[in-house]
Design a binder for this molecule. Structure first.
Ligand SMILES: [Zn+2]
Length: 436
């Protein structure tokens, strides 16, 4: 296609009060002067000069620009010329839309004189730069952040440890990669925490134990070592959350696991957790504080938490924590005793599990009855119940749902009754106790 040489130009000029305040040097008259001179030099026809005086460029709701765009669409003009991109508009998304999509559709040439933007000369640097000029600040911020992230990731993959402080039990090494170095006595506390957790002791109880012993918290220890007061707001006590975070930190296995969190975007610096598949892991970089065996045991314990409480014998009762005393409403407690069975010649030793009312367990007969039941029997009852329920659902789902709901309602009513009863008892006891 031969290059078009004859153009019908529409000159657009704009000035707002804000532009004047911001030191915009070119008045409406000056803009007109420069642009008409240029158009005449090129030998093009000036069809009209469109003037928006006192209108902001942030919206396209301006009378002259609307007339200009209308004339462009109808073919009255086929060239639009402005002093610079910001004269045409300051809404970068809309400006980009006009220049990239709408003007080419109507075969309009667009020139922003001082920015060297000319849609007829697409190969110029200015044209390449135009979208970037439009969104420069955003692009700059995004790109910088991306570059920084790429460098960080490369460093992590190369096994460089990038952290301000190594996790509790380690210190940052002096080597070029700053790999963690074992730090006693904190390291032995870490080993103990993993040991306890692997035995099924809850994070809550581990924290309690450390607090009882007066073991300084990780952050208190860190700052005491630096000889500074702890600047963090702290209760100076170990918490279950802290223990949980510690036993889930793979650094203790001797692996460098980095980039576990990221920021939402370059505009939002909130830290969010990354999917483990996106972590950068370099294995066996430093001395572990925990063996793979203990680590795996901890994972098993963590996985079993939702299934019920683990007893000292390592047994998980499926109904633990789900059964309640019918008289007082307290949780039924799992107990066990060592039993011998079989003949005297061939004794069989085993552990028998049973449930008792928790209130009875703590306070004895004065509080409640034992409601002793063997776990084996209880399991059998529940299993029969589940089977019956399943059969019912298969037969008539809606009827099963109704039955379940009415049962639930009765159960709730019963629970309320029990609570009322306990309240009454409590008041009675108080009254007796307080009598002169
Ligand atoms: Zn009870």
């Amino acid at each position: 296609m031969p290059k078009q040489t004859n153009y019908n130009a529409g000159i657009y000029v704009r000035l707002s009060k804000d532009d004047e305040r911001a030191g915009e040097s070119l008045s409406i008259e000056n803009q007109k002067l420069i642009l008409t001179k240029y158009v005449r030099e090129q030998g093009w026809n000036i069809i009209d000069i469109y003037v928006d005086d006192g209108y902001s460029g942030t919206s396209f709701d301006r009378p002259a620009v609307q007339r200009l765009l209308e004339d462009a669409k109808t073919g009255k003009i086929n060239l639009i010329i402005v002093k610079d991109l910001s004269r045409f508009g300051r809404n970068y998304i809309q400006v980009g839309q006009y220049i990239d999509y709408i003007f080419p559709t109507y075969n309009i040439r667009f020139i922003a004189l001082n920015d060297n933007v000319d849609t007829a000369n697409k190969d110029t640097t200015a044209m390449d730069m135009m979208p970037i000029m439009n969104v420069f600040n955003e692009w700059h911020a995004a790109n910088t952040s991306k570059k920084i992230k790429a460098v960080i990731e490369a460093n992590c993959k190369a096994g460089k440890y990038r952290t301000t402080f190594a996790p509790y039990g380690y210190v940052k090494g002096d080597d070029e990669n700053h790999l963690p170095v074992v730090d006693e006595p904190a390291a032995s506390v870490v080993r103990r925490i993993f040991e306890m957790r692997s035995q099924g002791i809850s994070p809550r109880h581990i924290a309690d134990k450390l607090n009882e012993e007066g073991v300084p918290t990780a952050s208190d220890y860190l700052y005491a070592k630096m000889g500074k007061p702890n600047p963090r707001r702290t209760s100076h006590l170990w918490s279950a959350e802290r223990i949980r975070a510690l036993i889930n930190n793979p650094t203790y296995l001797g692996h460098l696991v980095q980039m576990r969190t990221t920021t939402v975007s370059y505009k939002n610096h909130k830290h969010v957790k990354k999917d483990p598949s996106e972590w950068v892991i370099v294995e066996n970089t430093h001395e572990p504080l925990v063996s793979q065996e203990i680590w795996d045991k901890c994972r098993e314990v963590e996985a079993s938490v939702s299934q019920g409480k683990k007893t000292k014998s390592g047994f998980i009762a499926p109904l633990s924590g789900l059964m309640f005393c019918i008289d007082c409403g307290e949780k039924m407690r799992l107990g066990w005793n060592n039993t011998t069975n079989g003949s005297k010649k061939k004794p069989r030793k085993y552990v028998r599990h049973n449930f008792n009312c928790g209130r009875y367990n703590r306070h004895g007969k004065i509080a409640c009855n034992s409601h002793y039941i063997k776990m084996k029997d209880m399991n059998a009852i529940v299993l029969t119940d589940i089977r019956a329920m399943a059969a019912l659902v298969v037969e008539d789902e809606e009827a099963a749902r109704q039955k379940f709901l009415s049962h639930k309602e009765k159960q709730n009513a019963h629970q309320t009754e029990l609570e009322k009863k306990r309240l009454h008892e409590g008041r009675y006891r108080l009254a007796v106790y307080c009598q002169p």
